[in-house]
Design a protein around this ligand. Sequence first.
Ligand code: PEP
Length: 256
Amino acid sequence: MRKPLVAGNWKMHKTLADARALIGSICEGGGSIEGVDVLVCPPAQLLFPMAKAVAGTSIMMGAQTAHEALEGAFTGEISVPMIKDTGCTHIIVGHSERRHVFGETGEQLAKKVSAVMEHGLTVVYCVGETIEQREAGQTNDVVQRQLSDAIHAGIPADRLLVAYEPVWAIGTGETATPEQAQNVHQFIRSKLAEIYDQPRSESIRLLYGGSVKPGNARDLMAQPDIDGALVGGACLVAEDFLAIIGAAASTSVTSV
Ligand code: PEP
C-alpha cells in the first residue's frame, strides 16, 4: 500500500514571523498524525529556520525549485547541494508556474531532475495541461510528453513523486473532479509502468494538485491512483492544511 503524502507549496508567501506561527501550528497538529507523510515547501529564505522548527517531528522539508548547476554565476539562483544543506529531502521540479511564468523548458527540467537525483534527494515532478489543451483533447499527450522530457528508467523510482496539477485548477478555485483526476493519474501510472515496470509504477506516489481544500480533499484522495495532494493556497492556513492531512489519514485507514 502506498502511504499518502500531503505537500504544502508556500510559493512566495510568509515572512519569518508569519512562517514561524504557521509551522508551529502545523507541527502541533500534524506532527503526530499517523499514516501520512507531510512535506512543507517554504520559499528559500525560510528553509533553514523552518528546518529547525520541524526538527524532531516527522514533517519533511522541500524546496520549490533548484538550479541545475552545482554552482556558478547564476545570480538569484540556488543549487541542489545548497538546498540539501538546509535539511531538505525533496525538491519540486516543473511546477506550472516555473514552466509558464519563468519559461522553464523540458530540457532544463530534465537537467534539474538529474541534479536532484545526483545529490540523493527526492523529486516532486509536476505535470499538467492548460485549459486549451484539455479542451482540445490533448491532456494525455501533454502529460506523456512532460513525463518523457525528464523521467526515464535511470531515475530511481523510490525517489520520485509525480504531481498531476492541471494548470486550469491551480489557484483558481476550480478543481478537477475526482473522476477527471483519477483518469489522468491512472494514465500517468500506465506510462510509468512503460518507463519502469509494473511493480515500480505501483510503488510511485502520485499527488493531485489544483485548488485542493478541506472540502474536496477526501474525495480526491480516495481515488485508487491518487496518493496525496500538492496544496498551494490552502497550505497557508494551518487549520486547512491540517484538515487536508486529516483527510489523507482517513483515506489511508479505509484503504488498509
Ligand atoms: C500549487 O501551487 O501547486 C497548487 C496546487 O496551488 P493551489 O492549491 O492554490 O491551486
